[in-house]
Ligand binder design. Structure first.
Ligand code: SF4
Length: 350
């Protein structure tokens, strides 16, 4: 792994001031009461926030409450830069948090749906060597409201959210689960999205996957596998030395058994590293008969990396072997490469 210069240099790293979206509905009402306001105002403010209204648009908010908005719903991010590609269908936004921390989110428009890829941490501590985010280390966790805000401030109606931006979502467990609950809450206290349109990814933190299985959620779990054998996976996904492939898959299959949701297996195809036919066969053997879908991702280039995507014929052979063994597999269309907004490329460089 080639270390990159430190990209996060703000002197003080801390969690942002509390925002109403950090709190569940009961706690929001209590917070309003604490400030001498009627508890029902919590619903009113939540409706405005999740609809993405500006202060000017909050016309039914009383004068006394308006004075408290900075306290209740502080501005979490400054939008620093927006770059787009795919004729405007893919848009990457760089956000600066209150302490100078930088994070990125990516919006992707498809026919009939709009997806936001959100970051759950600033940086990442998992150190996967093929990923730009992992090269800078972990700066800090994002708060529930900071995660939700990336969707609220997308500037348009979002139908799908994937937790595949910066960070390992399950390493920021409580805040990520709370953010998912805000996204799927059908009342004015949330975004009312369908659980089936949300994907939470993980590199395989086994205790967290087991805990997540008990949350009663129906979102899709995506496991970033990248290799079917421990020897290689130990180098591609270093956390594998703690929880090996067999254990990780068992935990992830447990999630699908409990929820009935199909497991996504993410596999970045890297030329001459993990794309051999025998590895396709080994992967197929491990997944055969399970409710899974393999997403093969042509490796996206990152600065300083000597790795490259697999050639097309190798990619096609890999897919063919999986399919012949009865395992669902597709090659993912990689959006946002030109703007370093594709999987593994988010580095939040100013
Ligand atoms: S691939 Fe995901 S878990 Fe690994 S370093 Fe990058 S952001 Fe972190």
């Amino acid at each position: 792994m080639i270390p990159l210069p430190l990209v996060f240099d703000a002197p003080k790293k801390g969690m942002p001031p509390q925002h109403l979206a950090d709190l569940d509905p009961a706690a929001r009402r209590a917070r309003l009461a604490e400030l001498g306001e009627k508890p029902f105002r919590a619903e009113q403010l939540s409706r405005h926030y999740f609809a993405g209204h500006t202060r000017e648009q909050m016309t039914d908010v009383s004068g006394s409450l308006r004075d408290k908005l900075d306290d209740l719903m502080p501005e979490l991010f400054t939008q620093l830069r927006v770059v787009d590609c795919d004729e405007g269908a893919t848009k990457k936004t760089l956000w600066r948090a209150h302490d100078g921390t930088l994070v990125e989110s990516v919006l992707m428009r498809y026919p009939g749906r709009t997806t936001v890829c959100v970051s759950s941490q600033a940086g990442c501590g998992m150190a996967c060597p093929f990923c730009a985010t992992g090269q800078g280390g972990l700066t800090r966790n994002l708060s529930t409201a900071e995660i939700t805000d990336q969707v609220v401030r997308a500037g348009e109606k979002v139908t799908n959210v994937v937790f595949m931006g910066m960070g390992e979502p399950l390493a920021n467990y409580n805040r990520v689960v709370a953010a998912v609950r805000r996204m799927v809450d059908p009342t004015p206290h949330g975004l009312g999205m369908s659980q089936r349109n949300i994907v939470v990814s993980t590199v395989g933190l086994v205790p967290a996957i087991k805990r997540f299985t008990e949350e009663g959620l129906q979102v899709t779990l995506a496991l970033s596998l990248h290799a079917p054998d421990d020897e290689l996976r130990n180098t591609l996904v270093p956390v594998n030395t703690r929880w090996p492939v067999r254990e990780v898959l068992e935990a992830a299959f447990g999630y699908t058994r409990r929820t009935g949701r199909r497991l996504s297996i993410e596999y970045a195809l890297i030329r001459d590293v993990n794309d051999q036919p025998w590895r396709a066969d080994m992967l197929a053997k491990r997944l055969k008969g399970k409710l899974v879908h393999v997403n093969l991702i042509p490796l996206n280039p990152t600065p300083g990396s000597e790795w490259d995507a697999s050639p097309k014929p190798v990619e096609q052979e890999f897919v063919r072997r999986l399919r012949d063994a009865g395992v669902n597999a597709t090659v993912r269309d990689t959006r946002g490469r030109e703007i370093a907004g594709a999987c593994g490329q988010l580095a939040a460089l100013e």
